[in-house]
Design a protein around this ligand. Sequence first.
Ligand SMILES: [Ca+2]
Length: 433
Amino acid sequence: MPRRAPSYLQTLAALTGLLLAVACAVSPPPPPLRPSAAQPALASPPARPAAVIPLAAPPPPTALERFLAQMRVASRAQGISEQTFSAATAGLAPLAAITSANENQPEFSRPVWAYLDGAVSARRIKDGQFMQTQVRSTLDGIAERSGVPREILLAIWGMETDYGRGQGGYNLFAALATLGYQGPRQQFGREEFLAALRILQDQHYPVSQMKSSWAGAFGQTQFTPTTFLKYAADGDGDGRIDLWNSPADALASAANLLKSQGWRKGDHWAMEVKLPKGFAYEDADVEIVKPLSEWRRRGLTRISGNALPADGQGAIYLPAGAKGAAFLIFPNFNVVLKYNNAASYALAVSLLADRIAGLPAVKGSWPRGERLLSRDERMDFQRRLAAAGFDPGGVDGVLGRQTRAATRAFQKSRGLLADGYPDAELLTALRQS
Ligand SMILES: [Ca+2]
């Protein structure tokens, strides 16, 4: 186990060097965008004078071609050279796997406990501790300059790419073009495509190195191009920024992003807590922030039974409702949300960071025997809430702020515990009402 990570990095470095060498040496001519679409069939000599050949009109441009034509104009207006544009788009074709990932909405969501089991696994904790020994002095310098602790940076590195192992293998420009010309993320795809051209022009990477996830995030800490332009940093001081191959650059960039988003040095991020009997669950919501003195007064303690910190403020997060573990979340938790706007992600980063630092695992239990509502059931739940006079703010299957508030109001009207968490039991109660 302890040998895996460095040999992986060495392998990666060797492979990258090999790829660069191959790219420089061969450099094949770019294939045409549409290999055969507009070429008239002239294989046999014309039987009649050329003037009467019934030439077909060129087919109309495809959606991808129209997208690229728009991007060519837009990028030229931003000072992107024709050379850069051509290098990025030579042979570019849409990626079918990305089209389907982009359009598929999962019918069932994964329970938070199953997500945390994978995200904060014993293997990932151990690897994080090992990587800490490998890049300790780099991390110490970055933590000192940014105020973001080592373990948070390691946890983001582990969550994003398993410490560099899984960076995504799609061509960045093809991924962003596929998102940009069709589907629900076109504005995102267009902005990021232009930003990626800017990066190529400024940083002179070989296009073959610019690999990304299907959603266009790249490098060891998975930056999008616009995020790169705002926050990327040269962590190893070699004068270049390389998020694919330099852990120091990737970690310094992540720290720079978190610092810019308001990370509070020395403050907590999340802490497992124990709620007292008879606790007023309607205030257990990620958006209801109160001074810690108020939570102490209401009987909250750390999970160990010890008192909460003396100063500061926080909100209560119940990832699985009142039947699961409870956490006090601090302003730094919301800074992690800037990295990836899902509370379960920020919780995974928080818990992985704690475990890498040697703190104990979550003590509270999860309702592992319970099944989550499907998307259809969540929509049915919302429809029935609305019919019962509790406005869930639309029927979209997403359990956002308004749905949580409506759920609480319904729970209170029935004398139920108002945790705002719709489960199968509550759906049954609503169906029977
Ligand atoms: Ca560097």
